[in-house]
Unconditional design. Structure first.
Length: 184
């Protein structure tokens, strides 16, 4: 697995080590960051929830994000994320939290301009999680973007609180939905 764009383009990343891990493919990562305009998050803070290997947040850092917070529950994956950040030189502009995403939402200090959310497909309460993300005070900045990866067998609503669906893309079994937070 490699970084697909930006200043770290081509650098190798360690993948998932946990059973059942499903890393975001290079093709899907490239598509996500081709859809999002770089000016929408360059110099801004990014949050990668269910971070896995950290590839989405690292991609954002490579393309100009100023800071990235990674949240992942599995300790082995947290070590992989930390290794990837250190090997590429992004450890100084990032933080890895080894914790449950749902419990972490109230402890994260936003606002974030870009939220990357690619939970395990077996997560049964994705809509409930999106409601919690949308209602978390100060988590996503005004005009910020939430990118949500999920199975094609899951249908999401067109909005959650101040988040509005702006794009729906399918890549094989993967679906990526783009939500924008209403401007205050």
């Amino acid at each position: 697995m490699r970084v697909v764009g930006g200043k770290a383009k081509g650098r190798r990343l360690r993948g998932t080590v946990s059973p059942g891990g499903r890393p975001t493919t290079e093709r899907v990562r490239a598509a996500i960051f081709n859809i999002i305009e770089p000016g929408q998050f360059q110099g801004e803070r990014v949050l990668d929830l269910y971070a896995g290997s950290g590839s989405l947040g690292i991609e954002a850092l490579s393309r100009g994000a100023a800071w990235a917070d990674f949240v992942e529950r599995d300790r082995r994956q947290c070590e992989v994320i930390q290794f990837n950040l250190e090997s590429i030189g992004f450890a100084i502009c990032s933080s890895v939290r080894c914790a449950d995403v749902s419990r972490s939402l109230s402890r994260l200090s936003g606002p974030y301009k870009l939220l990357l959310l690619d939970p395990p497909y077996r997560l049964l309460d994705l809509e409930e999680l999106l409601e919690r993300v949308a209602s978390a005070p100060g988590l996503i900045s005004s005009g910020g973007i939430a990118v949500v990866g999920h199975s094609r067998h899951v249908s999401l609503s067109s909005g959650y609180g101040p988040l509005r669906l702006t794009s729906h893309r399918r890549y094989g079994d993967n679906v990526v939905d783009f939500f924008v937070r209403d401007v205050d």
